[in-house]
Design a protein around this ligand. Structure first.
Ligand SMILES: Cc1cc2nc3c(=O)[nH]c(=O)nc-3n(C[C@H](O)[C@H](O)[C@H](O)COP(=O)(O)OP(=O)(O)OC[C@H]3O[C@@H](n4cnc5c(N)ncnc54)[C@H](O)[C@@H]3O)c2cc1C
Length: 283
């Protein structure tokens, strides 16, 4: 498949890219790793007149500790995260989820910023950033905004990002002591996208859960926080019975999707199974 004609420009900095977005308006689209946008253009689902390549902006590509959080640049690739040693002490699910994305080519070029901005309902990162209570930092002509990850995903391929804004950073708070996390997914066997995925972050003391943060992807039209699962864990002894009965609430309140990969009923079942696996792995 061949995309419709487009003009190609390359931005050397975030500010230059914002200027180009302003100049070209609706016709323009940012190009990062291209692993979601180019396939969509080839299928003519997306026909931007101008592509603004932000893939070589070095100020977007980093992972570093800054005070009480880990800062991930929007241009960090999945592979950068999979191989980073910045994610100890409760944030183990970051390199774990990154290593489960697609194949080597996808991980080498695809970026966390591109994935979050694209908001594919089957993408892995949305569950991870929600469960880790991350803040999404975006920049546009009016300056910088910070959006809680829980408010960022607004629907099917929809986010709180405005057309003229760039996702510049993911800010992940350092978890409390005795916190562990894990990501588990039932993957589409060819692409490895999540038919259902769960990110779980559990803080425990003497076998009792003092805090739980659990998020699901692949289940509905956007990733969400599984509050009923969290509430069923908090203050309880983390034995397998408690975990399984909490995980049974993983799809509660979600408009569960049905497609040729999984029916609504099967997906609901998978949500409980994979929530149970992620929580058990974190524990
Ligand atoms: C074969 C295959 C398998 C895959 N498997 C998985 C998988 O298992 N799990 C998974 O989660 N994903 C998977 N993906 C998707 C992959 O992770 C993409 O890399 C990712 O979704 C998009 O990142 P990108 O950098 O390639 O963005 P692009 O494709 O370049 O852009 C995607 C969209 O985001 C916008 N955008 C990009 N960067 C920014 C930014 N910094 N600020 C604002 N907007 C921006 C673009 O304008 C575009 O609309 C797969 C893709 C392929 C092709």
């Amino acid at each position: 498949m061949i995309p419709a004609n487009f003009q190609y420009t390359r931005a050397g900095s975030v500010d230059e890219a914002i200027g180009m977005l302003k100049q070209h308006g609706d016709a323009a689209k940012l190009l990062a790793g291209g692993h979601s946008l180019i396939p969509a253009m080839k299928l003519r689902l997306n026909q931007p007149g101008v592509l603004i390549d932000i893939g070589s902006i070095s100020e977007l590509r980093y992972i570093r500790k800054e005070g009480n959080h880990i800062a991930i640049g929007g241009g960090a690739t999945h592979d950068d995260i999979a191989n980073s040693d910045a994610f100890g002490g409760g944030l183990e699910m970051y390199p774990q989820a990154a290593g489960l994305i697609g194949d080597t080519q996808v991980r080498n070029k695809g970026t966390i910023g591109g994935s979050l901005a694209h908001a594919d309902p089957a993408a892995d990162w949305p569950a991870v950033v929600i469960a880790s209570n991350a803040t999404i930092v975006v920049k546009g002509p009016g300056g910088e905004r910070q959006i809680a990850a829980t408010d960022f995903f607004t629907g099917f391929y929809e986010t709180a990002l405005a057309e003229d804004e760039i996702l510049t950073q993911i800010r992940v708070p350092l978890p409390a002591a005795r916190t562990k996390s894990a990501y588990a997914k039932f993957m589409q066997p060819a692409s490895r996208f999540a038919i259902v995925g769960c990110a779980a972050m559990i803080t425990s003391s003497g076998g009792t859960c003092s805090n739980a943060s659990v998020a699901m992807t692949g289940v509905g039209d956007a990733a969400y926080k599984a509050s009923k699962v969290e509430n069923a864990l908090k203050g309880k002894s983390l034995d397998s019975g408690t975990i399984q009965s909490a995980a049974a609430h993983a799809a509660d309140g979600a408009m569960v999707m049905s497609d040729h990969f999984a029916s609504e009923e099967y997906r609901t079942h998978l949500a409980s199974v994979f929530a149970g696996r992620a929580i058990s792995a974190a524990v």
